[in-house]
Design a protein around this ligand. Structure first.
Ligand SMILES: Cc1cc2nc3c(=O)[nH]c(=O)nc-3n(C[C@H](O)[C@H](O)[C@H](O)COP(=O)(O)O)c2cc1C
Length: 148
């Protein structure tokens, strides 16, 4: 069983919901999922000892949140090359955050990202059955790529 970190920032709860469902998907795939807010991570070592990383935040003002940028600079200090990764986030109309996070994980950290790409969900469907399934499927896909 591998350990997957699902770390997120959320102002009004939509990203948190997505994170919870993604963590469920990871567990359905047979792995351990740890759900944490990015604000809990104070130093790079806090991010060590996971086998895969899934990061998420909402899009505000066509950007990722300031907290997510700080968090990504913190993660830069680890060697995440080759580790499995994914990124997600809710949005209403443009949805830049999740693909931006995904790109940083792929091109800067050189992680082995899920083939599904970033999971961007319109916030109106996050709480629906389709939204739940999309998030669970995403978590399952990350889990499925990990050796048991
Ligand atoms: C001030 C403000 C700016 C926003 N800017 C964008 C935006 O540029 N693009 C977009 O797709 N959604 C935008 N949104 C919508 C949020 O991404 C959406 O409400 C999201 O579900 C919030 O996630 P959270 O509940 O995890 O905070 C904005 C929302 C607010 C309140």
């Amino acid at each position: 069983m591998k350990k997957v970190l699902v770390a997120y920032a959320s102002r009004t709860g939509k990203t948190q919901k997505m994170a919870e469902f993604i963590a469920e998907g990871v567990r359905i795939a047979g792995h351990d999922a740890e759900l944490r807010k990015i604000s809990e991570f104070k130093k790079p070592e806090d991010l060590e000892s996971y086998d895969a990383y899934v990061f998420g935040c909402p899009t505000y003002h066509r950007d990722m949140t300031a907290g997510m940028k700080t968090f990504l600079f913190l993660a830069e200090n680890l060697n995440l090359t080759g580790k499995m990764g994914g990124a997600f986030g809710p949005y209403t109309h443009s949805g830049e955050a999740a693909p931006m996070i995904y790109d940083t994980m792929e091109f800067v950290y050189k992680m082995d990202m899920t083939d599904l790409g970033a999971l961007s969900l319109k916030e109106a469907i996050v709480d629906t059955a389709d939204g739940t399934k999309a998030c669970q499927d995403y978590g399952r896909a990350v889990g499925a790529k990990l050796p048991s």
